[in-house]
Each structure stands twice: as C-alpha cells, then as structure tokens.
Design a protein around this ligand. Structure first.
Ligand code: F6P
Length: 507
C-alpha cells in the first residue's frame, strides 16, 4: 500500500459490511452535509460508503498530498506532465489565467485563436454552407461530439457531423446524407499524423471536390500545409494542451459552429467558474477534491473494479464515452511519476449509458450482480421540452435508482432480495446550459488530475496507445497483400490470422 493511502485501509475494513442505510440512519445530517454546490452544479456524496471518520482520514490524505498546491501548479502552468516536459494549461483556454507569466501568455494565445474562430465562422455563415463535417479522433473528436450532441439547437445556422473511425463505413454513412456543394469540413488533429484523421480527411477532400472548404486545427502547421490546407484556413493548437483536455481550444471549432460563438464562450465561462472554485475553495468544500477522494476511496478502499457513469438526460448520452477517454487515458497508468511501480490499483474501468434506457439493459447487474459498481448519477432539473409527465418520470426514476441501490430490500426469497449497499454520487445541474455543461466537464477534468496526484502518476501522457499504432503501420503492407511484407511477420498467431484475412478477402 502506498504511504499516501495509509490510514484508508483501516477505515475500509472497519466499515466493511456496514450498510449504507445504517450509515444514513445513524447520521441523517449527512444527507445534506455531504453535499456541495458550485453555481448550477450540485453534488451529493451522502450515498458513498464512508462515514465522517473515514472522510476525515481522506481529507488528511488530501492535505498530505497537497491537493490545493497541485491545483495551483496546474493552473500556473508548471510542468505537470514531466515525461513530455509540458504543462497542461487547458484552464488558460477558458479564462482562468492565474498571475503566472506562462498562464497569461497562454491566455493571450487562446484569445487570439478565439478571434480567428469567430472570423472564420462569420465568413462561412455569409456563404452557402449549411453542413460541417468534423474529422478527428479521440481528444480531437469526443469533446466536440459530446457538446454538440448535448447543446446544438434545432434550426441552428450549421448542422455539424462527425467522422472519427477509420472504418470507411463511418465516412460513407455521414457523407451519404450531405451535399458537397453546401458542406465544409474541418480536420482536427493535434499532431496531424493520426492515421484515421488523415485517411478520412483524404476521403472528404476528394468528396468535397472544392478544397477551399477544407479547414484544419493542429499544432503542426507544416504537416497541415503538406496536406494542402493553407494557413488562412488553419487554426492553432499548442503542446501545452492535452488532446483529451482540448475541447476548449480551436478543437472546439465544431462546437462554436454548431452553437454559435456566444454559447461556446458560455461553455468556457462555466469551466472557468469551476476552475476558480477549484483554486479558491478549501478542500472540505472543494468539489473536485471530494470527487477525487471518493474515487480513490472506492478504488483503493472498497476495491471496486469498475465505475459507472449514468446521465439521466438523453442529451448527455455521449458523456460516458467522453469520460472513458478523459479518465482512462489519463489514469490508466502503472508507474509513479518517478518510474516506480505503483503497487496499488489505479483507474477502474469506466463505463455507462443514459437512464432510463440502461435500467432495461444492465441495471439488473448493478442491483443483484456479485460486483459492487460505484456510480455517478447525473440529472438535470429543468427540461427544455414541453413533456412534463416524461420529465417527472425521468427524475423519479433517477431518485428511485439511487435509493434502491443504496438501501436494497430484504426478502425471504433469495432471488427477490436486493443487497443494497451500492454507493453512488448524485450530480444535479439546474439546467443543461452551456455554462453548466462546461462546469460539469471541468469538474471531471480536475477530479482526474487530483486522482493522479493522489496516485502520484502522470495524468497527461498516454504512451500506452503507441505500441498498437506502431504495429498497425508495420502490418498494413501485409494486410494489403504484399507478399514480401507477410514474410516479415514473425508472430505465429498474426501470421495465421493474415492467412485467414487473405482467404476471406479472396473473391
Ligand atoms: O488515442 C491516442 C491519441 O493520441 C489521443 O490522446 C488523442 O486525443 C488522439 O490520439 C488524437 O490525436 P491527434 O489529435 O494528434 O490526431
């Protein structure tokens, strides 16, 4: 057990088997006192399986790990990504410039890029284009896709579509519904070396016919120019922003096109307000700190192998996919910053889906399966539709599920017994405004960072994704059937599978 987490285990053992229902009966005040609010975002942690003594121990860990100092270093632009020798200044993109010279310089670059985004959007809006195709993958896709799906309004000036997967069916499906004469496209890639984005960009460029409607967002202006997109249609990105933290930059160009620049800026304002809260609030009142400590408690205290995220709002149905990258690419690490093996569990598997659909798919396992799955439930109080009965039913289901998971229900019939004691956090937004969504996403970003501080791992690199990419480019010639390339393949299973591919592809 890491020295940092000493003390946590004793509380976990003390509380082992202690029903949540009893924790709440013995200390009913926790229902309100284990809750925090930051503007339109309310979080209730009362249904987590810690008591006040365990929470005290968690906050001692937070002090020892200097979570407050870590947040300050992040927002100041310190080198929080030492393996790549970089800061991670996503906060500067949304206005949280601290006094540090680096953060202020980053903020100035971000504002200049926002001005260019506005100019490009105005120019496009003056022309015939009605549809935008966004081409990118991972951090260059999931954030914009989530926000556009959540917040785009019917009748907006531009409809925005996304192509990410290298599977050609993805491009074919999206393009089939569009008219090239009324479409513009934007290739988003921090490196501009990502196979999927280059292949899909080539497809779209040819389909467009007129490549004056092809735009780019990247740090690598030279590669963009080689692809044939000139500087006047290229928006910048910087190595001080991680891909999965980049929706606030020009990577959010599709968001600004779909929502309009004003609502894009409101999204940034919401995130900046959460940044300000994270910096200023004492740890006991600090939302990202509570969220991160809860995650570490569930992982290292309760040994939960997975974590569910369950938005009860159809507009947030892409949130689990977005968070899978944010959380698992950031925290899926097995060595400390100094290279030592971590020796305890780091990130669990994050998964989920929107309620109430998921109640009719995997909730059976959440209620009666052998694994306890901590869950983040997310609800939105005010709906933007006129179907009041549906909204009441949605909220009733949200409340019912968190209560049923926590309290369970006894029965003489083992098949009908609900063990309960399944922890959850409830996050509520007053309404799904751009500000509130910005705040929610920023909460998860900072929680992820604080978890990395507690585990002493780097949240901002992702070397684990490289090996597969390298092997794929080495195998490509063999898959394409070049005989001499197949001879270079040494792994016997891959060789056997290549034979199968060839047999299957033969006419
Ligand atoms: O999946 C690995 C990754 O490097 C992500 O971190 C990144 O968001 C994605 O690929 C796309 O990279 P790029 O923006 O350089 O195309």
């Amino acid at each position: 057990m890491s020295a940092l987490l000493d003390g946590l285990q004793a509380h976990a053992q003390r509380l082992d088997g202690m029903p949540l229902a009893r924790l709440l009966r013995d200390d009913p005040a926790r229902a309100k006192e284990f809750a925090l609010r930051c503007g339109p975002l309310y979080a209730n942690f009362a249904r987590q399986r810690y008591d006040r003594a365990a929470l005290d121990a968690l906050f001692v860990i937070a002090e020892r790990a200097d979570l407050a100092g870590a947040l300050r270093r992040l927002l100041d632009g310190d080198t929080v990504n030492p393996t790549e020798d970089r800061p991670a200044l996503h906060s500067a993109l949304r206005g949280a410039a601290t006094g540090s010279a680096f953060a202020l310089a980053a903020r100035a670059q971000a504002l200049a890029a926002q001005l260019r985004m506005r100019e490009l959007i105005d120019a496009l809006a003056a022309g015939p284009v009605t549809d935008i195709v966004s081409i990118g993958i991972g951090g260059s896709d999931l954030g914009p896709r989530l926000v556009v799906d959540a917040l785009a309004l019917p009748g907006a000036r531009f409809r925005v579509h996304f192509i990410s997967n290298v599977d050609g069916h993805a491009a074919r499906r999206v393009l089939a519904a569009l008219d090239p004469a009324r479409t513009a496209a934007v290739m988003i890639s921090k490196t501009f070396g990502t196979q999927e984005t280059l292949l899909n960009g080539a497809i779209v460029r040819e389909w467009l016919g007129d490549d004056t409607r092809l735009y780019a967002v990247s740090t690598n202006a030279a590669r963009v120019a080689d692809f044939g997109i000139p500087p006047e249609r290229t928006l910048p990105m910087w190595d001080w922003v991680g891909g999965r933290y980049s929706l606030w930059s020009a990577v959010g160009f599709p968001i600004a096109l779909a929502l309009g620049m004003e609502r894009f800026e409101q999204l940034l304002e919401g995130a900046a307000a959460l940044d300000a809260h994270a910096l200023a609030a004492p740890l006991r009142e600090n939302l990202p700190a509570w969220h991160a400590l809860t995650a570490v408690w569930n992982r290292n205290g309760l040994h939960a192998a997975t974590q569910a995220v369950l938005p009860y709002d159809d507009r947030l149905k892409l949130l689990p996919a977005y968070l899978q990258q944010l959380v698992m690419e950031s925290l899926g690490k097995r060595v400390h910053l100094d290279g030592r093996e971590v020796g305890i569990d780091t990130v669990p598997v994050w998964w989920g889906g929107a309620g109430t659909d998921t109640q009719h798919s995997f909730f059976q396992a959440l209620h009666q399966g052998t694994q306890v799955v901590p869950a983040d439930f997310i609800g939105v109080l005010r709906a933007e539709h006129p179907f009041a009965a549906n909204h009441a039913a949605l909220l009733a289901n949200l409340l019912a599920q968190t209560e049923a998971l926590a309290n369970g229900q006894d029965s003489d019939d083992p098949h009908r017994r609900y063990p309960g004691n399944r922890p959850s956090t409830l996050l509520l937004l007053d309404a799904l405004t751009p500000q509130a969504l910005g705040m929610l996403i920023a909460l998860y970003e900072h929680s992820v960072y604080l978890q990395s501080v507690l585990w002493e791992i780097n949240a901002f690199d992702q070397f684990g994704v490289e090996l597969g990419k390298q092997l794929a480019s080495r195998l490509l010639p063999a898959v394409q059937g070049r005989g001499e390339a197949a001879a270079q393949v040494h792994d016997p299973v891959t060789r056997a599978l290549l034979d199968e591919l060839r047999a299957g592809q033969a006419p």
